[in-house]
Ligand binder design. Sequence first.
Ligand SMILES: Cc1cc2nc3c(=O)[nH]c(=O)nc-3n(C[C@H](O)[C@H](O)[C@H](O)COP(=O)(O)OP(=O)(O)OC[C@H]3O[C@@H](n4cnc5c(N)ncnc54)[C@H](O)[C@@H]3O)c2cc1C
Ligand code: HEM
Length: 399
Amino acid sequence: MLSAQSVPVVRATLPLVGASLNTITELFYRRMFEERPELLQHLFNRTNQVTGAQREALAGSVAAFATLLVERPDERPDAILSRIAHKHVSLGITADKYPLVGRHLLGAVAEVLGDAVTPEVGAAWDEVYWLMANALIAIETRLYTESGVNNGDVWRCVEIAERRQESTDAISLVLRRPDSRPTAPFRPGQYVSVRVELPDGAHQIRQYSLSTAPDHKTWRITVKREKAADATVPAGEVSSWLHAHATVGDILNVSLPAGDLVLPEADTPLFLASAGIGITPMLSMLDHLALASSRRPVTVVHADRAPGDHIHRAEQADLVSRLSGADLHLWYENDARPSPGAHVLAGRATLDHLTLTPDTTAYLCGPLPFMRAVRGELLANGLHPAAVHYEVFGPDLWR
Ligand SMILES: Cc1cc2nc3c(=O)[nH]c(=O)nc-3n(C[C@H](O)[C@H](O)[C@H](O)COP(=O)(O)OP(=O)(O)OC[C@H]3O[C@@H](n4cnc5c(N)ncnc54)[C@H](O)[C@@H]3O)c2cc1C
Ligand code: HEM
């Protein structure tokens, strides 16, 4: 809760701060990495820094949080912070790092806005930062406790037990503990962070969804190689490295599972929609439901360029066939042809031919335009916005 004296100050300066947030977050990262270059080298995703995605995500989250504080002070901010806290936990972020971030972020606010930042304005935004920081620290501490680890102690060595080529652009890696004990439990839909050392000595971290049910004694991730869009940009750093180097018997540095897009236990209808590599968390959910012999009504929609690009196509069809209440709808832009156990359609996914009941819970994962379109159709079909959940395979840009 923001103090009574800060509410009018934050409300009055929110438009000014909000309009400059992208400049502020750009300067914030620049200053912080000047002081602590190892954070850019070994902790932050350096591609997201080049493209600006991470500063946009940070700006969006700060604006959403400050708006909530002044416009709806009775609402708990946990919902907007949960995704960030899970991401932080998958990176082992600890409370002692927050003063550094706060100092550079508030310093950037003062530098960008100049005279507008009076002592009163500075104090009000310092309060906003620490409300946000303390709320994140509280969720992160709870998540570490629930995982039974000391704060930040999330990194583990796992061995690559199997490597499978799923398509020209995707590999699956089955991961097991070197001591052969079962890998840590997780909830269907969660991901792990993977940290690799690149040829220039930098350690870079990326997230990969666990793509089988938690019931197995191993984890599996499926990694799509991110090719460069054109000759002016490099190919994806970590996915290319994994495709080139991940070998059976190698040890990988992987975090404990995290992520708040998870499947709650219930018997109400489910709608699972994915596109491309976004299929991975859905496979974990379907595998879990199949192993539990679930009778939940499940509508599965998947969109891809062509059947040959559809990773885990046979596995997805098999899982759906094992669920008595499930049906599968596939959309291919090219080469749509009949496929056993599925309704196959040509073109981009629409939900025109589907009937969904209002008690359906939806999970979406895929490129933003796909998720936006499906979300719009779901809401038009009568689903409540709170029942539509999504996972973004990158920083959530809050737009
Ligand atoms: C919760 C979550 C779950 C995920 N699950 C999966 C999963 O199951 N499977 C999976 O394959 N991925 C998954 N991802 C995505 C994954 O974490 C990585 O983002 C992905 O592998 C790309 O990482 P990279 O290091 O290869 O590419 P990066 O180096 O991060 O590059 C990303 C893209 O940016 C481009 N690029 C590089 N430099 C520039 C530039 N200067 N300008 C413009 N573009 C540029 C690259 O060519 C590439 O296409 C998930 C992400 C999240 C957040
Ligand atoms: C109040 C303070 C903070 C806020 C509001 C914040 C906000 C965010 C947001 C919005 C994301 C993107 C989440 C997503 O994937 O959608 C993120 C990721 C991240 N945060 Fe924080 N954060 C804070 C503090 C910290 C601290 C103290 C550290 C440690 C130095 C840190 C390190 C990171 C890293 C490494 C990532 C992943 C970056 C990437 O993949 O590009 N954050 N944070």
